[in-house]
Design a protein. Structure first.
Length: 877
């Protein structure tokens, strides 16, 4: 049964304090929860409805110290506990529950990972620990007492400050934690285990010394330094950029191997998937280092955007996630390179979020309803949500945005609020009307923006004509025009930006102008334009839209060479390539010969030549030379023939590689450093060098296989080693097996590295790879209870076009089988995997029917989790 935003009602009871007492054991763990409950209703006391879960046993319930009789409460099969006949006024409720964390494979609530106890409560995991109003607008002060065997679990952690600890009889010990800040129950955390400590400290802007502690399994103790550096950098950045100073004297991060997501921002006790914390140069790639930096910052930033100001209800998830993703994007841009970061984020949005926005699971960043909230931790809520936050900054300017943030904290610190509250703070702080902007929260679908330009040589005016429309999405047939910030620059014939003045503006404008589009069709006129300019439109991707323009191929090549906006230089190349790929797709359908456009090839040749220049931006060049892939192209065609798209991408790649084979080889050698370095320049060299290697591999020459194997063996860092192995795996060369076996021998003790080993094999395009993937399910290092290995092997397989989309349907059949198997173990992981079938309608008739049949098979299965059922049934609807 769906839950609707429109049904929101404030809780009838609030909780002032919650005192938790855990006795952790091998068979049963006990939780005693004492809460001070205060009325939030008028009239006589209503029934108190507490969320719960069938996985726990109610072992005691009393009110104001007295056990209550069985006729005073109802325990529903759904897990809900209803308490009747309550006293007027406040009272104390005590509930005892018996839990079996060792059998909890869903990884929600209290569970065990590598022998240690840990928790995950967002969104609705707390109801698997005790009966409680499991909703974020119920905020309380917590204490947590933990008792456990001292030898097995020497480290006992919870939120806040350690108040007391000591030894007990029977080899047990205890710790008592108190969190001075009110919080919703989704931010509760507990960890008990045998963990090594990496310690550091940070001096806050107010002079306080904050203890920073990262807890990992002993054998990973050497892999936490980078996460610690990232944490300190995040703390400093949030002080400098937003004036936000950490509000406790202790901050903990714990790494666990079995975790459903990246990490979790529990107050002062962040719990992380190991892969988002642990790194050393020989085991983690540059991309993984970036990921760790970003996730550590993201979770830290949640301390204000999420914890101090939290969500009223889960429909508001983007309030904290969109905002916090935007903040971590800004942080990563400041730590690394702004242009490259923006390019990566937009590439990800187009490949991941645009397809969701045009498919059966399309939803606004603030959804109207859900069945399982876990299914709405989506790229739409997170990444499109971050784009929406970015648009405030584009519309209001950096200073205006900061004023809005300050007012938001001033008004709402300690509260559980809505996306409207955020919008109102932004509007009020800047004394502006953002009413129309609210549509970004309620309308799903990616807006389509079409732009035509016109130069009037006599009047010296340049007119930009914009049209927008938002496509229909499930449940939303008609849409209204959105408020779109369109950042525009005008380039003169010399390639430089011209100062541009909008008609009606008193002051002469600068070189970038933010057009504020509010209508379905709207014209903007620039005056005093001395010559026909080339328009650089939607600079920095100023709005998350699909853009179509009347720019000619010549204009785009000009922009690629000259635009002062890095993002638009990259995007000019993307547009040129996408347009060509679409023409090639049509040619292939018409059984014509495929020809690489010579003008585009020449323009790309100039980019290749740039790589040898003195001050070349190698990381940016690597972005330009990374061509649009099948996810992006599939969005642009009415019907997807996956192998046709695959062939066209392959043709473009190999033709480019063959045309510049010598140059790419030279760049690869020129950027191969004698020794690994961590600084930006070395990372840039690796990214370009390894891209060259992948192009050369596309030619499938034995000499390249030898070279890749040699590089794999000689690598002094994981970035290079995995790039070389991935090159080897990209075609059917016998050396791939050699490389894979050697890699396994080298890394068989490191479960995080083995995730890469599984995923590289799973994604191979070689014929018959499904059988190999199936065999890997029986590999001793594959653990079906571990979400990382599952997404590597099963998710990795679903990313390989030739095998997943095999015309006999074997790939879809395998996915459905795994979804059903996993659903009984971990519904969140199963639901993520079944999404791989949800776009069935978009495919050509043969695949369409095959995918649909597998979805129907899943949907019809007995005992399906609501998680998988929601995705499968919405996909079929
Ligand atoms: N709040 C976490 C983060 O974005 C994610 C938690 C997701 N939990 C879930 N059950 N889906 O940092
Ligand atoms: Zn988050």
């Amino acid at each position: 049964t769906p839950i609707y935003l429109k049904d929101y009602a404030a809780p009838s009871y609030l909780v002032e304090t919650l005192d938790l007492d855990f006795d952790l054991g091998e068979e049963t763990s006990k939780c005693r929860a004492v809460s001070k409950i205060v009325p939030n209703y008028e009239g006589s006391p209503p029934t108190l409805e507490l969320d719960g879960d069938a996985s726990m046993v109610l072992a005691g319930i009393s009110i104001d110290g007295k056990e209550i009789s069985a006729d005073k409460y109802e325990l529903k099969s759904s897990g809900e506990l209803r308490i009747l006949d309550l006293p007027a006024g406040s009272f104390t409720l005590e509930i005892v529950t018996d839990l079996e964390p060792q059998n909890n494979t869903a990884l929600e609530g209290l569970y065990k990972s590598s022998g240690n106890f840990c928790t995950q409560c967002e969104a609705n995991g707390f109801r698997r620990i005790t009966f409680f109003q499991d909703r974020p607008d119920v905020m309380a002060k917590y204490t947590t007492r933990i008792t456990a065997d001292k030898a097995k679990y020497p480290v006992l952690l919870s939120n806040g400050n350690l108040m007391d600890s000591g030894d007990l009889s029977d080899g047990k010990h205890f710790a008592l934690w108190e969190d001075p800040w009110v919080k919703p129950c989704y931010l509760f955390a507990l960890v008990a285990g045998d963990l090594a400590l990496i310690e550091d400290s940070f001096t806050a802007a107010d002079g306080r010394d904050i203890a920073l502690k990262i807890w990992v399994e002993e054998h990973n103790a050497h892999k936490a330094d980078f996460a610690m550096e990232s944490l300190k950098a995040s703390m400093k950045w949030d002080e400098d950029v937003y004036g936000l100073v950490y509000d406790l004297d202790l901050f903990n991060i714990v790494a666990v191997d079995d975790f459903n997501m990246g990490a979790m921002e529990n107050k002062s006790l962040n719990v992380f998937n190991s892969r988002a914390v642990l790194a050393s140069p020989d085991t983690a790639t540059d991309a993984e280092y970036n990921f760790i930096e970003r996730v550590v910052a993201h979770e830290y930033f949640h301390n204000y955007t999420g914890n101090r100001v939290t969500c009223r209800d889960w429909f508001q998830l983007s309030l904290k996630e969109g905002l916090t993703v935007f903040r971590d994007q800004q942080f990563s841009a400041d730590m690394n390179s702004e242009g490259v970061k923006r390019i990566a984020d937009v590439a990800g949005l187009r490949a991941g979020q645009f397809p969701q926005d045009s498919g059966p699971m399309a939803h606004p960043i603030r959804p109207d309803s859900y069945i399982k909230m876990d299914n709405f931790y989506t790229v739409t809520v997170y990444s499109k949500g971050a784009e929406v936050v970015r648009m405030y900054q584009t519309l209001l300017g950096k200073e205006g945005f900061r004023k809005g943030m300050d007012l938001y904290f001033e008004r709402h610190d300690g509260q559980a609020v809505t996306c409207d509250d955020f919008l109102n703070a932004m509007a009020d702080a800047n004394d502006t009307d953002l009413e129309q902007f609210k549509l970004w929260y309620s309308q799903a679908g990616t807006p389509e923006l079409t732009v035509a330009t016109e130069y009037n040589a006599e009047a010296h005016t340049f007119t930009i004509k914009c049209k927008q429309s938002v496509p229909p999405t499930p449940g939303q047939p008609d849409k209204l025009p959105m408020l779109l910030p369109i950042t525009v620059g005008l380039l003169g014939a010399d390639g430089a930006d011209m100062p541009a003045t909008l008609k009606g503006m008193e002051q002469p404008g600068g070189t970038s102008t933010v057009l504020r589009m509010t209508e379905a069709e709207q014209e903007f006129v620039f005056v005093d334009v001395p010559e026909r300019p080339v328009a650089s439109l939607l600079r920095g991707f100023s709005a998350p839209v699909k853009l179509a323009t009347d720019l000619s191929q010549e204009d785009l090549i000009f922009l690629l060479a000259n635009d002062s906006d890095d993002f638009n230089r990259w995007d000019a190349a993307q547009t040129l390539l996408r347009d060509m790929q679409l023409r090639l797709l049509a040619a292939r359908q018409a059984e014509e010969e495929l020809v690489f456009d010579s003008n585009i090839l020449e323009a790309l040749g100039n980019v290749v030549a740039d790589a040898s220049k003195e001050d070349a931006d190698l990381a940016f060049i690597a972005c330009v030379l990374t061509f649009p892939g099948s996810a992006v192209l599939s969005e642009l065609v009415p019907e997807v023939d996956p192998m046709a798209i695959y062939d066209v991408c392959k043709f473009v790649q190999t033709h480019f590689a063959a045309s510049f084979k010598d140059e790419l080889t030279a760049i690869m050698h020129a950027n191969t450093e004698a020794e690994y370095g961590t600084e930006k320049a070395s990372r840039a060299k690796r990214s370009l060098k390894n891209l060259c290697l992948s192009y050369l591999s596309s030619l499938e020459e034995p000499a390249t296989a030898e070279e890749a194997l040699a590089r794999c063996q000689a690598a002094d860092n994981m970035t290079d080693q995995v790039a070389a192995l991935s090159a080897l795996c990209s075609w059917d060369t016998p050396l791939a097996e050699v490389g894979l076996n050697e890699f396994y021998e080298q890394w068989s003790k490191d479960s995080l590295v083995l995730i890469k080993w599984f995923s590289l094999q799973a994604g191979r395009p070689t014929p018959g790879n499904l059988e190999k993937v199936k065999a890997l399910l029986d590999h001793p290092d594959f653990k079906i209870t571990n979400p990382n290995t599952c997404s590597a092997l099963i998710g990795g397989f679903a990313s390989s076009t030739p095998n997943f989309h095999a015309a006999d349907g074997s790939g879809y059949d395998f996915l459905a089988e795994m979804v059903l198997k996993l659903d009984a173990i971990n519904p969140q992981v199963a639901a993520r995997l079944v999404s791989g079938l949800s776009r069935w309608r978009k495919y050509e008739p043969v695949r369409r029917e095959l995918m649909k049949a597998q979805l129907e098979r899943v949907a019809a299965s007995e005992g399906l989790s609501p998680n998988v059922l929601e995705i499968a049934s919405k996909s079929l609807a």
